[in-house]
Design a protein around this ligand. Structure first.
Ligand code: B12
Length: 151
């Protein structure tokens, strides 16, 4: 079945005490331009706020951003909080996820073990995350979007 991106809601925010706002602003614009409904919770968002918003908006995806090096601590128990709230959304995390971030494959494993469906580093082009989400939600790009992507 081909799903319509218009009805797909993405909840986005920066977790914990992190106040880096530029990355999620860019992500918000990119996902909105790609046809998703984006709920941007902004910086310093708690685990509970992500869960409440995902329930309130019946979100298909929860996108967590973290830049300041404390992502692993901030995400402990996050998927348990989502599960308690009956959130079944796809979960992605991205940004500067570890201090130094010299071995990203280890970082990826750490966050996959914490329950995230996909883990992105700070070099990620938002279009790659959009493509991944379309794949995970089984959304096919439109004819004109295909032309743009291949150009
Ligand atoms: C600007 C900045 C600040 C500003 C933030 C202003 C603001 N309100 O946004 C100020 C000065 C306040 C600041 C403070 C701090 N900062 Co600062 N900051 C930066 C800096 C220079 C740029 C960040 C930025 O805006 N980048 C531009 C955007 C477009 O890129 P981005 O944020 O990486 O986001 C992209 C990708 O990461 C990705 N992405 C991000 N999230 C997600 C999520 C998903 C799901 C996906 C798919 C992709 C994705 O897509 C985004 C768009 O392309 C970086 C260094 C750097 N060059 O990255 C340090 C940096 C992030 N800061 C750092 C640190 C340590 C701090 C402080 C802890 C410093 C301190 N001791 O006080 C504090 C933390 C304060 C807090 N509570 O958050 C470190 C983090 C170290 C780490 N993780 O290992 C960095 C990397 C600097 C460094 N090299 O040490 N910072």
């Amino acid at each position: 079945m081909v799903l319509n991106t218009m009805s797909q809601t993405v909840v986005l925010g920066v977790i914990g005490s992190d106040a880096h706002v530029v990355g999620i602003t860019i992500l918000e614009q990119a996902f909105s331009a790609a046809g998703f409904d984006v709920i941007n919770l902004g910086v310093q968002t708690s685990q509970e706020e992500f869960a409440e918003s995902a329930v309130e908006h019946d979100a298909e995806a929860v996108l967590v951003s973290s830049l300041y090096g404390h992502a692993e601590q901030d995400c402990q128990g996050f998927h348990e909080v989502l599960a308690e709230a009956d959130v079944e959304a796809v979960t992605y995390i991205g940004g500067n996820l570890a201090v130094g971030q010299d071995d990203f494959e280890q970082t990826r494993r750490t966050f996959r073990e914490l329950g995230f469906d996909r883990v992105f580093d700070s070099e990620t082009d938002p279009e790659d995350a959009i493509e991944a989400l379309r794949e995970d939600l089984q959304i096919k790009p439109t004819e004109s979007e295909r032309a743009t992507i291949s150009s």
